[in-house]
Design a protein around this ligand. Structure first.
Ligand code: FMN
Length: 511
């Protein structure tokens, strides 16, 4: 039940709970209208998926008709790994959208999320605007609630009630800190929320999924969420719908609108989120929404590590045009995804997820398995963690068993394997300073004694001496197509001199 008593009853504007209830419905309607009528896409930031391309396979050696895109999640079979992401409920307009999308999800075997159920918990008479189960008996269906509500008196019993009312298979908790922060009436006290999410996970019988709403989730948070007990995370990265842009259109006061506008390019791009999430939780269930606009985007999301690709804004706009338009969008995404799988010779979603035929566009790789990586280091003493780039180079090389040689083409920038732990990196700094102090005496620094000294020659005898003991390269094992690093091992480019442009060669040899 909804608790009262110790619960904070008013928000930043000091408005009563009853007033907020009405306000929630109005706000949701405004959100729908703004999403339908305005450009609410993130500005100045993209999903990062556009930076990847598949390596076409001219002889895929499979029959397009035999490609099986089906997957199973939480005991439900999906015809394709596509989620109509959580959006709406609570008004007549949102009822139409939900019913339309539910029919499409049922007809095409997609998963579907409903919008925040807070209004429904407070006004059970709104059930008709959310209830879609009778139209979508086979669909993997998610109920949804703002995680912040766990601090506003909503208990596991309330969440259970929401899931039961909607006959949902799981509960999605959305994390929308930035949206709440830019909303004039927002609820932005996220202090201690993770503990409450953990408690809910242990009490609720159905899986709990944590999701962002379009600014992405970083790997440290992914780890914390899985440790708290969530069954899946939707990274909902940046590059698609921007909720600061949506809120900007609702805000009357110009100065507040400017605050919202400043976040148009905020967030972690979806592609980066997926790669990092997969690394942070190798066996975790990862969903990816945020700017996925067609089946090729979905295929890239899966190849980068997602288990399910979510689409929100485009389905809302299609549903606004009618059921046929929404069904066409579903057909288009599924068929494009199927053809993308065909184009790289992937027969199943498992094959697609394991493909080595995905490259970053700026990755320069030649036939000898050489990838050239370029970095601008921030300054002396920096340990730049380049493990993900090296791992991507290994994946791109398509070598299953062999070795990976990582080489710095410099005499004052080293390549080393060690642990990425903040305090340890500071220890390394002190260790190197003790080894070859920056203010020590080095003959190399006496430019008057040297011949052919370039005009921009730095004073860096200490950096060369440190490099001598660190060395320029590491050789790493490649097993089953992946870097076989120990649990704590990361590959670093160690800057010993000053902020510089640095080049690293990654050469993968093997079969
Ligand atoms: C109109 C609309 C309403 C949304 N409402 C919710 C919501 O209630 N709960 C939630 O978790 N996410 C909500 N989202 C976020 C989406 O689920 C999704 O993560 C995000 O929009 C990024 O996907 P996109 O770029 O495909 O739109 C909403 C998105 C839209 C467009």
């Amino acid at each position: 039940m909804l608790q009262t008593g110790p619960v904070k009853e008013s928000n930043r504007n000091g408005r009563s709970k009853a007033a907020q209830n009405g306000a929630t419905g109005v706000r949701k309607s405004e959100h729908l209208r703004i999403n339908l009528e305005n450009d609410v896409a993130a500005k100045g930031i993209a999903t990062g998926l556009e930076q990847y391309r598949f390596v076409h396979n001219a002889i895929p050696e499979i029959d397009l008709g035999a490609i099986d895109l089906s997957i199973e999640i939480f005991g439900r079979r999906l015809a394709a790994p596509i989620l109509i992401s959580c959006m709406t409920g609570g008004s007549e307009e949102s009822r139409r959208v939900n019913l339309t999308l539910a029919r499409v999800a049922q007809a095409h075997g997609l998963a579907m999320g409903l919008g925040s159920g807070r209004a429904l918990l407070e006004h059970p008479e709104l059930i008709e605007t959310f209830d879609v189960r009778y139209l979508a008996p086979d669909v993997l269906l998610f109920a949804n609630l703002g995680a912040i509500q766990l601090k506003r008196g909503y208990t596991a019993d309330d969440c259970r009630r929401l899931v039961e009312m909607l006959q949902a298979d799981a509960l999605v908790l959305h994390l929308n800190a930035l949206q709440e922060a830019v909303q004039p009436e927002g609820d932005s006290d996220f202090d201690g929320l993770l503990t409450r999410i953990g408690a809910l996970c242990s009490e609720l019988e159905v899986p709990v999924i944590a999701k962002e709403v379009g600014w992405g989730i970083a790997p440290d948070t992914i780890r914390m969420l899985f440790a708290a007990g969530v069954a899946a995370v939707d990274v909902a990265g940046a590059g698609g719908t921007s909720w600061s842009e949506v809120e900007r259109h609702r805000i009357g006061e110009p100065w507040r609108a400017h605050v919202a506008a400043a976040f148009a390019d905020w967030g972690i791009p979806t592609a980066e989120c997926i790669r990092n999430a997969r690394r942070a939780a190798p066996g975790g269930l990862i969903f990816a929404s945020g700017g996925i606009r067609n089946g090729v985007d979905a295929a890239k999301a899966l190849a980068l590590g997602a288990d399910l690709a979510g689409v929100a804004g485009p389905f809302l706009r299609a549903a606004g045009e009618g059921e046929e338009a929404a069904a066409d969008l579903a057909r288009e995404i599924i068929e494009t995804l199927r053809i993308a799988a065909f184009g790289i010779g992937a027969r199943t979603v498992t094959d697609l997820k394991a493909t080595t035929r995905i490259r970053r566009r700026d990755e320069e790789i030649d036939a000898a398995g050489v990838t050239r990586l370029a970095y601008k280091t921030p300054g002396a003493g920096t340990f730049l963690d380049i493990t993900d780039d090296v791992a991507a180079a290994v994946k791109a090389a398509g070598v299953r068993h062999g070795i990976c040689h990582v080489y710095s083409s410099h005499t004052t920038a080293a390549v080393r394997v060690n642990e990425n732990e903040e305090l340890l990196l500071r220890d390394f700094g002190r260790f190197l300073e003790g080894l070859a102090p920056a203010d020590g005496r080095y003959e190399h620094d006496d430019l008057t004694q040297r011949v052919d000294v370039p005009p921009d020659e730095p004073i860096n005898g200490h950096a060369h001496c440190r490099h001598l003991v660190l060395a320029a390269s590491e050789t790493l094992p490649v097993v089953d197509g992946r870097l076989a690093l120990g649990r704590w091992q990361r590959v670093f480019l160690v800057e010993l001199c000053s902020a510089r442009q640095r080049n690293v060669i990654v050469q993968v040899l093997g079969v």
